[in-house]
Unconditional design. Structure first.
Length: 157
């Protein structure tokens, strides 16, 4: 998912909005504020903000936008709280990262199979790569030598 606009279909589904309302109940948001939380989420979705790897990165972009448009502080807090709850209920970027690595890992398995690696070796390599992906949550395009070095250092210690 690249932008908040991709949530549009989700928001239109009453079955999806209901868990959001239940979550607001869990956080003891009073009834009059629930309306504003829903409005802020709807606004966030309509604006097409970029969805980043972490919720904090997405919220930082949103906060900068609201501050630049001279939005009042209490409205900024309400918006950030509402969007944070929405994003916690609908994690997106982790799925993107996992899916992008999945094709690479499958390709790695096939390549090792072609070169007649043993099944146990393939499983071991696949396991290490899976642990690396789970640990660093980085897209393949963002991968640098530093990530790999940190992972190796962690394994050694």
């Amino acid at each position: 998912m690249k932008s908040s606009a991709e949530f549009r279909d989700l928001w239109l589904n009453d079955d999806i909005r209901e868990p959001f309302d239940n979550c607001l109940d869990k956080y003891q948001v009073i009834a009059t504020h629930k309306r504003y939380y829903r409005l802020w989420v709807r606004w966030f979705i309509s604006q097409g903000f970029p969805i980043k790897r972490t919720i904090d990165e997405t919220l930082a972009i949103l906060q900068r936008h609201l501050e630049a448009s001279a939005t009042e502080t209490f409205k900024i807090r309400t918006c950030l709280n509402a969007v944070q709850i929405w994003l916690m209920l609908h994690p997106t970027e982790c799925n993107v990262i996992r899916d992008s690595w999945q094709s690479i890992l499958e390709g790695l398995k096939k390549r090792m199979d072609v070169h007649r690696f043993s099944a146990r070796t393939i499983d071991a390599y696949y396991g290490w790569w899976s642990r690396f992906v789970a640990e660093y949550k980085v897209l393949p395009t963002d991968l640098t030598e530093t990530y790999i070095q940190q992972f190796i250092d962690k394994m050694v210690v």
